[in-house]
Design a protein around this ligand. Sequence first.
Ligand code: FES
Length: 152
Amino acid sequence: MGLYNDKVMDHFMHPRNVGEIPDADGTGVYGSPVCGDMMQVQIKVDDNDVITDCKFKTFGCGSAIASSSMATEMMKGKTVEEALKISNSTIVDELGGLPSQKLHCSVLADHAIKHAIYDYAQKTGKTYEGLKGFDPTDHGDIPDEDEAPEEV
Ligand code: FES
């Protein structure tokens, strides 16, 4: 192999924080316009605005799984505003790098995080500096259920 470093392989083979949070405070979904892979991120936030739990489900490639595993690890313990500073480049840095053709996989995690936080902000009526310029209508490339091909 050699394309991926040991840290990426570790997070791909043993992803942290996989699953769902039944009583999540915020849920975000984003589909990559590049490849059609999809990611869901959920957060649990306490009274001090600290993210106490973060889980993901990714239907995608190994780099997307490693990126979401790392991103959810980075989210936990941070305040919501701090978590908004996590970007695709900080995720890639923490992973020790990704091949250039796989950088979009970390962008998927970046967008899914922002959507989860936006959902939390909507539900609580809170505003965050880090959400300025975020486009909540951009869900990437998630297939519309109405447009799903009918079963025959
Ligand atoms: Fe698209 Fe990895 S190949 S998310």
